[in-house]
Design a binder for this molecule. Structure first.
Ligand SMILES: CC(C)(COP(=O)(O)OP(=O)(O)OC[C@H]1O[C@@H](n2cnc3c(N)ncnc32)[C@H](O)[C@@H]1OP(=O)(O)O)[C@@H](O)C(=O)NCCC(=O)NCCS
Length: 388
């Protein structure tokens, strides 16, 4: 197996992108990544695209071929593959691209993610997203993702005495981080009171505990590590890649306060990278709802189970804390175009490792990206480092 490096990154602005189409969003991110790596379309061996539901959001399927075509590569006949695992589609695309390069099948691979979610009205987007839960046993009975994560929040409060204010603190931190991210959907700070007093979405979660509906795309260029210096003086290496699955429905879980797919994917990634959770300097984790970040910090091993509330309350996950979490603003404030999120996380961690994150820069050598599909049916974890 070959080592793999990231040599180019690209990301659009996240938000309601009325002036951009699905295809133009991806092309914008892809062109940025290619020009960052200083390569042209003719050098690409393969493309993997994370996308959850273009068929329902914009009535377009067959999106990998579409993207290859509109990137001007139809005559090159480059293999282009769509990867779908709900909100973990981007993380999975990264892992597929990583495996294609690591195996020796392809040398230069573009991995990307894209979603255009705001062309449908709000209740339609919630319904489309709910298709990533168990249709027969959850969505059919009216469960939505805000509802499912609200159940997890209530259970965490009951089981571990987690305070409502601690959960709200996740939103406050991530909105603050996003004030320093020019690509973030929401670039304004909020207070705990604002989170607690906002419109209830699913008790106890409010509007500000929720990630938004977002348009956006992100892309990376991957090459074999031994060739990375042909493209850039500063490659970032993928040191570990883990993926795991679990029951798709919440009621079948042994413990709804633990995302076992995260635990298992992290175990694989840490082992491959030869590191412990304490070696991670910065992480982008899947905070689709505030409670999900608390779960992630526990399941990734940054604190004991049940201690996630305390970790955020003590400021340890802030930019200058022991383990800064979601410097981009996370899904909560940077935005969550579901198919693109896993790739955007890797763009942010690469940017951080290169010391190019501006005012939100943290001190780091090793970073982690954590992407979850649905309520935890799928999870991916990637470890990135400046060190080969
Ligand atoms: C929370 C949610 C229901 C809000 O949708 P909505 O009620 O239709 O909200 P609107 O689009 O009408 O926006 C109302 C206002 O709140 C803001 N807003 C919307 N969602 C927001 C969010 N998540 N955080 C902060 N502000 C938000 C909008 O910018 C708008 O502000 P404005 O009036 O100043 O322009 C929706 O964002 C949602 O479903 N989020 C969850 C997405 C999800 O489940 N993803 C998958 C996770 S597994």
């Amino acid at each position: 197996m070959r080592d793999v490096a990231i040599v180019g990154v690209g990301c659009t602005e996240f938000g309601e992108m009325w002036d951009s189409s699905f295809r133009s969003l991806f092309i914008e991110a892809g062109v940025q990544a290619l020009s960052d790596a200083d390569i042209k379309g003719k050098h690409i061996d393969e493309i993997y695209i994370g996308n959850m539901s273009a068929g329902r959001f914009i009535a377009q399927e067959h999106v990998a071929a579409l993207i290859s075509d509109y990137s001007g590569m139809s005559e090159l006949h480059v293999p282009a593959t769509r990867v779908e695992a709900a909100c973990a589609s981007g993380g999975l695309a990264l892992r597929q691209g990583y495996m294609a390069v690591a195996s020796g099948i392809s040398d230069t691979v573009v991995v990307g993610g894209v979603e255009k979610m705001t062309d449908v009205v709000s209740n339609q987007s919630i319904e489309i997203l709910a298709a990533a839960s168990d249709r027969e046993w959850e969505a059919f009975y009216g469960a939505t993702f805000p509802g499912l994560y609200a159940m997890i929040a209530n259970r965490h409060i009951h089981e571990y005495g987690t305070k409502r204010e601690q959960i709200a603190q996740v939103a406050v931190k991530n909105h603050y981080n996003a004030t320093m991210n020019p690509k973030a959907q929401f670039q304004r700070a909020i207070s705990i009171e604002k989170v607690l007093n906002a419109t209830k979405v699913a008790d106890p979660l409010t509007l500000f505990d929720s990630s938004p509906i977002t348009d956006g795309a992100a892309a990376l260029v991957l090459v074999p590590a031994e060739k990375a210096h042909q493209y850039t003086d500063t490659p970032v290496y993928i040191k570990g890649s883990g993926q795991a699955s679990d029951t798709i429905s919440l009621h079948d879980r042994r413990d709804i306060c633990t995302i076992e797919a995260t635990v298992e994917a992290a175990k694989t990634a840490y082992k491959m990278a030869g590191i412990q959770p304490s070696d991670v300097d910065v992480a982008e984790v899947h905070d689709c709802f505030t409670i999900a970040e608390i779960l992630a910090t526990e399941d990734l091993g940054f604190c004991e189970k049940g201690e996630g509330g305390k970790l955020i309350e003590e400021g340890k996950t802030e930019l200058d804390g022991d383990i800064p979490i979601n410097p981009s603003g996370g899904l909560k404030a940077c935005g969550h175009p579901v198919g693109a999120t896993g790739i955007k996380q890797a763009v942010e961690i690469t940017t951080q490792l290169l010391g190019e994150a501006g005012d939100r820069q943290v001190d780091c050598e090793t970073g982690l990206c954590h992407n979850v599909g649905g309520s935890g049916g799928t999870a991916t974890v990637h470890i990135l480092s400046r060190e080969a």
